[in-house]
Design a protein around this ligand. Structure first.
Ligand SMILES: [Zn+2]
Length: 224
């Protein structure tokens, strides 16, 4: 098992935004006010968009599940910002994250991916995506969908937490430990408990938005 990353909120590395004088007007102050109502880890444009539109929204689409699984595995040891910047390249390199296509990747695809500067060029991570595609298809066959299988670990509906400070958010839980053990038992790679917990947060199995974040209530009524 490679070095695991901590959960997403702790992992995102904020970058100071460069603001011109022109930005220092009313609209800039407005956006600052909005920032105070958003989870503190989302601090650059890409992370903010991801936080505001995707993070924590209950996921119910197998293709997106496979994408989340591959990207969270690719993140291990890196910042989520790095993965977000590469996400479009990942979608091209991994054929739209169709598990059936990735499961058929052979040596030529591995060589292509290792040469692709748009993704994380790590042989173990690339190999794990192919291994995971095969395990993913096996789960679909057994449970009807990966979605039906994975939501078991949340008891079928999102667990709603009520964090007030990011330092209280755990990096792993008993549920993510159970998910990790189950996935490893089915042959999945790069699915340690902290990776599983980041996955649970991102895909809405748990609602880990801060209670004062404007998305805390919003994600309760959304699904994707
Ligand atoms: Zn939030």
């Amino acid at each position: 098992m490679a070095v695991e990353s901590r959960s997403r909120p702790n992992k995102i590395i904020a970058k100071e935004s460069k603001r011109s004088r022109a930005d220092d007007d009313v609209s800039a102050r407005t956006s600052l006010a909005e920032t105070s109502r958003r989870c503190g880890w989302a601090r650059n444009e890409l992370a903010i968009r991801y936080h505001d539109e995707e993070w924590g929204v209950p996921l119910h689409d197998d293709r997106l599940w496979f994408e989340a699984l591959v990207l969270d595995g690719a993140q291990a040891g890196l910042s989520w910002d790095t993965i977000l910047r590469k996400r479009e390249n990942y979608r091209k390199a991994f054929r739209g994250f169709e598990p059936a296509k990735v499961a058929k990747f052979g040596d030529r695809d591995v060589a292509r991916l290792l040469a692709d500067e748009g993704i994380v060029r790590n042989r173990l991570k690339i190999g794990s995506a192919i291994t995971n595609a095969k395990a993913f298809i096996a789960v679909q066959k057994e449970f009807g969908s990966f979605d039906a299988y994975i939501w078991q670990f949340a008891g079928g509906s999102p667990r709603v937490n009520s964090w007030r400070e990011i330092k209280h958010v755990p990096a792993r839980t008993a549920e993510s430990d159970a998910m990790s053990k189950e996935l490893i038992g089915r042959g999945f790679k790069f699915v340690g408990s902290t990776i599983c917990y980041a996955l649970m947060q991102a895909t809405g199995l748990v609602n880990d938005h801060m209670v004062d974040c404007f998305r805390y209530e919003e994600v309760k009524t959304r699904r994707r």
